[in-house]
Ligand binder design. Structure first.
Ligand code: MG
Length: 407
């Protein structure tokens, strides 16, 4: 007999073979008996067919979506006859939205990387399906669209980014008038203690050495430029409906405090845990309840640890201010800044441009977008639709690929 009070929820995981997706499935395997999940849909790029085939054999989702149609055969060759018979496959441009609709989940975990994550987030929210959101671009590129979808329906958006999960937990049910300021913490990245004059010449191997978190290459470079934190400010703005004046960033090298809230009376609330993504993932799965199992116990006195907080040095992180300013301007500016940064990071990792060129490239693409949009009698920024922002994203990528460092 099942224990009483067990919630069986239907789960769809987008980006199931990536870092967030595999950790989500790890959390599902380990949840205590009060929480039960049926994995009804998986979406993956198709780059790791062995891993995806293992997931399908283990969880038997009814629906699987693949980003690359040419990966379908390689996947099917790896599946048992039973799994093949029980699975319906989706490929093509609309596969992610179809998956969200057809698999009828109660919760979608969106661990996709890139602007491709926006459409399925909207599709889920518009159908009243809750979303555990790790895909930054949903809010950075499509903040106003996500907000509108939330206001129209009954679905909830539960952040999976560690800082936003911390702030979401601290802000639970607190009226906005009581909140003076919300503070995101940043490790400061791999170059945090470098002399300023050496930073523009940092090499990929210097930057990829992140002090506390283990993450993909783009986000690790974005931690060194603090573009990641600027994007997180934009996310927080839309997620918590707070003006930029009430959002702040501090450098906190230990990555133990993930978010801070300053209340109107001068009290501060802080969220502490080990830097382990499975903690915010688990919270998103069990929200509004909490699992009883500690995935990564934090030992407050075991290893003596001094918690430091330092102000952000703007001169050390010139790209940070550019991207936050794009957020303030709204419209498609955040999409343009995000796309320019993504291409800049790729080009830096391919050693085509220097580390110090990353902010130059972002600045140049934003300036070009400003002239282009001033020249055209475009849509007012608050009325942009999905196609407008995706078009701005494509435009910015093309522009960023052509940018040349000043000789
Ligand atoms: Mg984060």
């Amino acid at each position: 007999m099942k224990p009483t009070g067990v919630k069986r929820r239907r789960l769809c995981v987008l980006g199931s073979t990536g870092s967030i997706g595999t950790q989500t499935l790890d959390v599902v395997r380990a949840l205590d008996a009060r929480f039960e999940f049926e994995v009804v849909g998986l979406a993956a790029s198709g780059r790791r067919p062995d891993e995806l085939a293992r997931q399908i054999e283990e969880f038997r989702p009814g629906w699987v979506a693949l980003a690359r149609p040419d990966a379908l055969q390689a996947l099917q060759e790896r599946l048992s006859p039973n799994a093949l018979k029980a699975t319906r496959f989706l490929v093509g441009d609309d596969a992610l939205e179809q998956l969200v609709a057809e698999s009828e989940p109660d919760l979608v975990v969106n661990g996709l990387v890139g602007a491709v994550g926006l459409r399925p987030t909207l599709a889920a929210l518009e159908r009243g399906i809750d979303v555990g959101l790790a895909n930054k671009e949903s809010l950075v590129v499509g903040g106003p669209l996500v907000r509108r979808a939330l206001e129209r329906g009954s679905a909830k958006l539960i952040p999976i980014d560690s800082e936003h999960s911390a702030l979401f937990q601290l802000l639970q049910g607190r009226p906005s008038v009581e909140v003076a300021r919300v503070v995101l913490t940043a490790s400061g990245g791999a170059l945090r203690d470098w002399p300023l004059e050496r930073i523009p010449k940092a090499r990929p191997e210097d930057v990829l050495r992140h002090p506390t978190w283990r993450m993909g290459p783009r986000i690790t470079v974005d931690s060194a430029t603090l573009v990641n934190k600027a994007l997180e400010m934009i996310e927080a703005h839309w997620l918590f409906e707070l003006p930029y004046e009430r959002l702040d960033v501090v450098i906190h090298p230990q990555s133990v405090v993930h978010g801070l809230v300053e209340l109107g009376d001068g009290s501060w609330l802080a969220h502490l845990s080990e830097p382990d993504m499975r903690i915010p993932i688990q919270y998103a799965l069990t929200y509004p309840e909490r699992a009883a199992r500690r995935l990564a116990p934090f030992d407050l006195t075991g290893t003596p640890i001094a918690l430091e907080f330092r102000p952000l040095e703007r001169a050390r992180y010139p790209a940070f201010g550019l991207v936050v300013e794009a957020g303030r301007r709204g419209g498609a500016y955040p999409a343009v800044a995000n796309a320019a940064d993504e291409v800049a990071v790729e080009r830096f990792l391919r050693r085509e441009i220097a580390f110090g060129d990353i902010p130059r490239l972002i600045e140049a693409v934003l300036a070009a977008y400003e002239s282009a949009s001033l020249a055209s009698s475009g849509t007012p920024p608050d009325q942009l639709d999905l196609e407008d922002v995706l078009e701005a994203d494509r435009w910015a990528r093309a522009r960023a690929r052509l940018w040349k460092p000043p000789s």
